[in-house]
Design a protein. Structure first.
Lengths: 129, 491, 453
């Protein structure tokens, strides 16, 4: 299972990549594997929206499960991945790359401290199995 | 070979059914309001009858064989019920006829309300809800109305055990309630500590399925009810599993305040390939005024010569209608017949034999399939469809392989608290020979899982179609066939 | 009987389980409440039970013995014999929801047929596998529209000419939600365009009935345009028989079509089970509650059908599902499917025309009588409102003496329509029956005149 070390993670299987003041958000390889074949992605926020940590920003469906994607941090949405709803299978094939969901301008970077690093996330997965 | 679709069978110009000619002077049709084309199929009766007969032959039904689908109570549907529902005096009665012309239907509904009250231990019953899920909605709306009437509208929290059916949380959310999940303890009961922690002034109620979806009767049910009542909440009983309790215990006697019955599970009305159901709701005395209207009541008592006069009444603080007209009368007539044929003694036998059959299967299978909460069960039990030594085989594979033996598989992957759950509910209408044949097949499959796992992985083999591509269905979304294209090609 | 165990078998089973008696299986049940003494009558045999049920049925006056002019949301139509003959196949009616596609292709493909027929009839793009009835279908349309705008629009504009029961159900469902319903106090004589001024940027959904509860038919194009201009959706509750003749809601621009499917081959049965129609446009498919069947292939390369988009439903979404619906009206949807397959494009058009012509003949006969007048000049389909010289219940009591079931008393739901009767006419009413109705009403109008003299 792929858990890139440069990312931060949530208990709910989201990842965030921070570059400067901008965070890119998606779901992890472990999450896509649990969901199995993704058939639908809907992004629930638009560019310019203010979001709080914990708000749901996207919903994902496979044939047998549905999941909401929650914001790992607060801030302003600066981009959404418009291609993803047409290529939901990307969440399975490239969860950390092409399947990013939103980009957010962080309003409270200290929230990052509350997230998991790769080894803590790895431990969380191991504990739940 | 697959059966063609209607649009493929349609032949332009073919006529399937003729009505008599117009016997009155014709009025001008409303200009500008007429549709220009009516793209429906053009078939004749022989096509139609063969099409649907052939389709029916692709189904498994109770009339064909064993159907141990957990929590669905797939018992035999007596044929006489079908005759009764089709009696002209029942089938051809308009719901808005004057009450004096429908005394037969009203008397039947009244009596059914009375029997359901007696069986459930309740003070009032509505027959209006269309199905179990709508009964749940009715029940939760009644709970909310009760709190509002008592000036307690801040009570908006509904507690739901983690083993509950998905309809419970969905219903609560639909009614504007906040859902909090309560975990189960090691014996499959509601965890009392977790429950206590949530018993506060925001508590509206608890939705309890008892026996729960593990098929276990909650050993602390009286304490659960006491805790909720002490906190000012009400207890909703999900009657999906009532087939275990007829003549065994009345939910109302345990302190349950509201409960829905499933006439299509417990009282033998057919499931119809997914409906119609019927979900009457029973309530304790303090909730009678909140029931949806109308209810059937005696308007003028009868005497030695005259039967009583029945009519509709509206409860004082009714939550309102949940359905047009009066509910699924056709299902009520079937359930009434079933109850009349079982009577007092038969009612208890239904549950005794349902529980006997479930425990017999549990006893026969427990050495081969792990039963995680292995104690005397009620009308169903849950086994794990996986083995540590063959991790590749899952519940799904076992379920699919069962079809090759002519059995409908058990409910699988539910309840969520058991890994690879196989939820088995045989019902009381299966014979020992049927149960043994099923147990033998399950044991054989456990052997095959080790000797020839591929047989399971690629199952089913003897069915009209094999495993279907659900991903393709969800991605490409072909949800209908167009009759239009047939029309165009003919022109 | 439906139990099979012999005493010997029962003993053997108890031994396998490891208990001594049936009672031992119920130790978890609190002893104080175990085995209650139920006050229920003793069991009857099939012969006795059937005979008792026949007595109940005979205590009703069925519309096979009466001439019925009662509609108001439930209609007396002819049901071809093949419909019930096929419904009685145990493979259909003793099956559960088709969760296992390999052994449920019959149910699945029939639902696919149903979806195709409903789409064609309503002029929409997708149909679900049904709701409970015409009333709950409207309530579900409101939930869907509210969810579609993610709760940001809470206003529903509701025509007062929607069936009173449907409106009542909508209010029951919406109690406790932020949804605000406006429009029900509008002037009944106005057409649907009277709703337009009520549509604002907060409006999620506009709801009308077509033909409306009073039988009237209106072009809904302007209403649809007004709704869309405000960003709102339009839902139209239909009578499917009328769509054999009339323009579809799809042509007007409706976004959701609901309706009561009972006229499509389902007996009146004192109000149920009936069939809730629900269709919409493709873009809203994921917001639509209820089961849905899609086409796919199996692992042998054959065409096959399967329940799809199930991740929207309560068993997966739990408290996040937009609806709790689970069971639908499977067998009733099958009845409608077989009915529409048999009648097809020619039969459905023919039955619609029969209803239309007979209703217009009846309206003409009745309004020619002194004291009776048509309440509205709007075009109508097979139901119309007559202003009467006497209270409607008195008239209906009189008609029953002639074995005629009169129309619906509108004063029950609309105080301003006291002494107004809603009369329905279908292909089941012969010219002779209509003439007898007019004759019976004529007696009353003469009696009434005589009493004034």
């Amino acid at each position: 299972m792929n858990i890139p070390t440069e990312l931060k993670y949530t208990e709910n299987d989201e990842w965030i990549r921070v570059e400067g003041n901008i965070g890119t958000v998606g779901i992890t390889d472990h999450a896509q594997e649990q969901l199995s074949d993704i058939v639908y992605v809907e992004i629930l926020v638009s560019e310019g929206d203010r979001v709080a940590k914990g708000d749901s920003c996207a919903t994902i469906e496979s044939v047998k499960a549905a999941a909401d994607v929650y914001m790992p941090v607060s801030g302003k949405i600066v981009a959404i991945n418009e291609k993803l709803p047409d290529t939901p299978e990307m969440v399975n094939s490239d969860p950390y790359g092409g399947a990013w969901m939103v980009k957010v301008e962080l309003s409270n970077p200290s929230e990052l401290n509350g997230l998991l690093d790769a080894s803590a996330y790895q431990a969380k997965i191991a504990a739940s199995e | 070979m697959s059966e063609p679709l209607l649009c493929e069978l349609s032949v332009p110009g073919r006529v399937g059914f003729r009505f008599p000619e117009v016997d009155v002077p014709q009025a001008p049709l409303p200009e500008g309001m007429l549709r220009q084309e009516l793209p429906l199929p053009e078939l004749y009766e022989v096509d139609v009858v063969r099409h649907y007969t052939r389709l029916s032959q692709l189904n498994h039904g109770i009339d064909i064989g064993f159907y141990p689908l957990g929590s669905c109570t797939m018992k035999y549907n007596p044929k006489v019920n079908e005759e009764v529902a089709r009696l002209p005096g029942f089938a051809h009665v308009h719901p808005l006829q004057p009450e004096e012309t429908v005394q037969g239907s009203l008397a039947l509904m009244y009596q059914l309300q009375e029997w359901l009250k007696e069986i459930g231990g309740f003070a009032g019953v509505t027959l209006q809800p269309a199905a179990g899920a709508q009964g749940e909605l009715t029940g939760v709306l009644i709970i909310r109305a009760y709190h509002e009437a008592n000036g307690q509208s801040q009570r908006n929290k509904i507690l739901i055990p983690d083993s509950a059916h998905g309809t419970n949380p969905a219903t609560s959310a639909m009614s504007g309630m906040r859902v909090v999940e309560i975990k189960s303890d090691g014996r499959g009961n509601v965890d009392l500590e977790a429950l206590r922690a949530e018993c506060d002034e925001s508590l509206a109620g608890l939705m309890l399925t008892n026996p729960n979806t593990l098929g276990l009767f909650d050993e602390n049910v009286e304490e659960v009810v006491r805790l909720v009542h002490a906190a000012g909440g009400l207890v909703y009983g999900d009657g999906a599993n009532l087939n275990a309790l007829l003549g065994i215990v009345r939910p109302g006697d345990l302190g349950i305040d509201v409960l829905h019955y499933n006439l299509h599970k417990t009282f033998s009305t057919p499931h119809g390939g997914g409906g119609p159901g019927s979900g009457p709701v029973g309530v304790a005395e303090k909730l009678v005024d909140f029931l949806p209207g109308p209810l059937v009541d005696i308007i003028e008592p009868g005497d030695d010569e005259e039967p009583p006069l029945y009519g509709f009444v509206y409860p004082k603080k009714s939550i309102g209608r949940v359905k047009a007209f009066h509910g699924h009368f056709g299902m009520m007539a079937r359930a009434y017949t079933y109850m009349r044929m079982h009577g007092k003694e038969g009612m208890r036998m239904i549950s005794e034999y349902a529980v006997l059959n479930a425990n017999y299967l549990r006893a026969r299978l427990r050495d081969v399939y792990h039963v995680p909460y292995d104690r005397i069960c009620m009308h169903e039990f849950v086994a794990e469809g996986r083995w540590p030594d063959i991790p590749d085989i899952q519940a799904l594979d076992i379920a699919k392989r069962l079809m090759d033996f002519g059995f409908h598989p058990p409910t699988n992957y539910f309840p969520l608290i058991v890994h690879d759950a196989l939820m088995i509910e045989p019902t009381e209408t299966e014979s020992l020979q049927n149960l043994d044949a099923f147990a033998d097949a399950m044991i054989k499959i456990a052997e095959e899982a080790r000797s020839n796992p591929e047989l399971l992985k690629t199952a089913p083999h003897n069915t009209p179609v094999g495993r279907v591509d659900e991903v393709k269905a969800a991605k490409e979304l072909v949800l209908c066939c167009g009759f239009r294209s047939t029309d165009l090609s003919s022109k | 009987m439906y139990f099979s165990h012999t005493p010997a078998e029962r003993e053997a089973m108890l031994r396998t389980i490891g208990v001594k008696s049936l009672e031992d299986l119920f130790q978890a049940v609190p002893a104080a409440h175990r085995f209650p003494d139920l006050r229920l009558p003793p069991a009857l045999t099939e012969m006795e039970a059937l005979s008792e049920m026949q007595e109940y049925a005979l205590a009703n006056e069925s519309i096979q013995e009466l001439s019925s002019f009662l509609g108001a949301g439930a209609y007396h139509h002819y049901i071809p014999a093949a419909v019930d003959s096929l419904l009685r196949r145990g493979e259909f009616y003793t099956a559960y929801t088709p969760y296992q596609p390999e052994i449920s292709q019959g149910t699945l493909q029939s639902i696919f047929d149903y979806q195709s027929l409903v789409v064609a009839l309503t002029g929409m793009e997708v149909s679900n596998a049904s709701h409970y009835d015409g009333a709950t279908a409207i309530a579900e349309a409101v939930t869907m529209a509210h969810a579609n705008f993610r709760g940001k629009r809470a206003r529903v504009v509701l025509s007062p000419a929607v069936h009173p029961h449907y409106r009542q159900v909508l209010h029951t469902y919406n109690h406790g939600t932020p949804i605000e319903v406006v429009g029900e106090d509008l002037d009944l004589t106005a057409g649907p365009e009277a709703l337009i001024p009520l549509i604002d940027p907060q409006t999620a959904l506009v709801i009308v009935q077509y033909p409306d509860f009073f039988g009237r038919i209106y072009d809904l194009t302007h209403l649809a345009q007004a709704a869309h201009a405000a960003g709102a959706l339009l839902a139209v509750s239909v009578n499917p028989t009328a769509l054999g003749l009339l323009k579809t809601p799809g042509e007007f621009g409706a976004d959701i079509v609901t309706g009561e499917g009972q006229p499509l081959g389902i007996p009146l049965s004192f109000g149920g089970p009936y069939l809730g129609l629900f269709a919409t446009r493709k873009e809203y498919v994921r917001k639509m509650a209820g089961r849905l069947v899609g086409e796919t292939v199996d692992n042998r390369g054959q065409r096959a059908y399967v329940l799809t988009l199930t991740a929207r439903e309560q068993h997966i979404r739990r408290e996040k599902a937009t609806s709790n619906i689970c069971t639908n009206q499977g067998l009733m949807a099958l009845a409608a499917t077989i009915y529409m397959s048999l009648l097809g494009k020619h039969g459905l058009r023919q039955v619609a025309e029969l209803c239309y012509h007979k209703a217009h003949y009846a309206a003409q006969k009745i309004t020619a009588l002194p004291g009776y007048a048509l309440w509205s000049n709007a075009p109508f389909f097979h139901e119309f409102v007559v202003r009467c010289p006497l209270p409607v219940d008195e008239i209906n009591e009189h008609l029953l003496e002639y074995d005629i079931l009169g129309g619906y008393d509108l004063g029950q739901d609309y105080p301003q329509l006291e002494n107004h009767m809603l009369i329905a006419v279908t292909e089941m009413n012969s010219k002779e029956e209509i003439d007898r109705l007019a004759d019976a009403l004529a007696v009353l109008s003469y009696e009434e005149e005589a009493s004034y003299e």
